[in-house]
Design a protein around this ligand. Structure first.
Ligand code: 5GP
Length: 347
């Protein structure tokens, strides 16, 4: 047994220190980034935010709405092949990932869809990206899809980030246990503080010219800013995008002044009982880890939330004097606050 005592931090443990700058307004900053992908070779420009491939938020309606902001969506993997073929044939899918797990059924479905429609971006998603089987699967998908942008994970350490980049991944998905409806930390004791995971994985990926996507744990726009500050190239959101019109999920209504108004929507982890029941016996395999079911307030169209997130990121950039999103990690100084200091000093 080994104990690592290096400091590891979560979003809540830090704030971003303001810096002197010449920027006058939020309008002076550019929140888009351009990436050339290491293996796929293609280029992409946009606001590097991705709706998670959870069946409530990774919807086709979400893809259309987020694309209008230059942001991306990883479609959930439970759409029937026919619906995916129609979508990838008919729509502009530059901002859309096709998601899959590692079962033969997932693999055959991808082949079937790809034989009939152009699919340029793939999200290979497993709860535990540390298995040799997963690395082999990434290799196999890369061999068969040399031009695709491949995002794969999840991992939380530099060694595995490097292994996945070398196996053919363009974007490493980072995060084990931070998700809002994830119970992995509670149920297994396994996890890694997300801010440190991003910092360490970004360092490893960037050294090999790969990118990272910070996946999970953002609860407010400030967390998205902190993720970019820590070196995330992309940020993936589940809970922050739940509760909107573009989601697929049961809505709860209440009578108010004689009117029936929507007040809340269901949101659940892809390994939760709810997801298991919904898809059990179907073609899909599940993430091996645990998840829970919650209710989130109904929030109308996702446009309002996107404006808030983008406004928060823009404002953070003016506080630290970063004109372009790419400059944010270089201009970020985190200061430690909150729980860890409280623990140390007994506050
Ligand atoms: P959020 O933005 O809600 O904090 O986190 C979203 C991420 O949580 C997803 O992209 C995915 O990586 C993770 N996630 C989704 N469902 C589950 C689940 O049932 N169990 C676990 N361990 N993680 C989940």
């Amino acid at each position: 047994m080994i104990i690592e005592s290096d400091l590891k931090l979560d979003f809540k443990d830090v704030l971003i220190r303001p810096k002197r700058s010449t920027l006058a307004s939020r309008n002076d900053v550019d929140i888009r980034r351009t990436f050339r992908f290491l293996h796929g070779g293609s280029e992409w420009t946009g606001f590097p935010l991705i709706a998670a491939n959870m069946d409530v938020v990774g919807t086709m309606a979400m893809a259309r709405a987020l694309s209008a902001f230059g942001a991306m969506t990883a479609l959930h993997k439970h759409y029937p092949a026919e619906a995916l073929v129609d979508f990838f044939r008919q729509e502009d899918t530059a901002n859309v990932f096709y998601s899959l797990g590692t079962t033969e059924t997932d693999y055959e479905k991808l082949r079937a869809v790809k034989s009939r429609a152009p699919v340029g971006k793939l999200c290979l998603d497993v709860a535990n990206g540390y298995t040799e089987k997963f690395v082999q699967f990434v290799r196999r998908i890369r061999d068969e899809n040399p031009d695709a942008v491949i995002m794969a994970g999840n991992v939380v350490t530099g060694d595995m980030t490097e292994a996945l980049v070398l196996a053919g991944t363009d974007i490493i998905k980072v995060g084990i246990g931070p998700g809002s409806v994830c119970t992995t930390r509670k149920m297994t004791g396994v996890g890694y503080p997300q801010l440190s995971a991003i910092i360490e994985c970004a360092d490893a990926a960037h050294g090999l010219k790969g990118q990272v996507c910070a996946d999970g744990g953002c609860t407010v726009p400030g967390d998205v800013s902190k993720a970019y500050g820590a070196g995330a190239d992309f940020v993936m959101l589940g809970g922050m995008l739940a509760g909107h019109d573009e989601c697929e999920g049961d809505i709860r209504y209440e009578e108010r002044d004689g009117e029936r108004v929507p007040v809340a929507m269901a949101f659940y982890g892809m390994s939760s009982d709810t997801a298991m029941k919904k898809y059990a016996g179907g073609v899909a395999a599940y993430r091996a880890s645990e998840g829970k079911t919650v209710e989130v307030p109904y929030r109308g169209p996702v446009e309002g939330t996107m404006q808030e997130i983008m406004g928060g990121v823009r404002s953070m950039m003016t506080y630290i004097g970063a004109t372009r999103l790419k400059e944010v990690p270089k201009r970020t100084t985190f200061i430690r606050v909150g729980s860890q200091l409280n623990t140390v000093f007994g506050a």
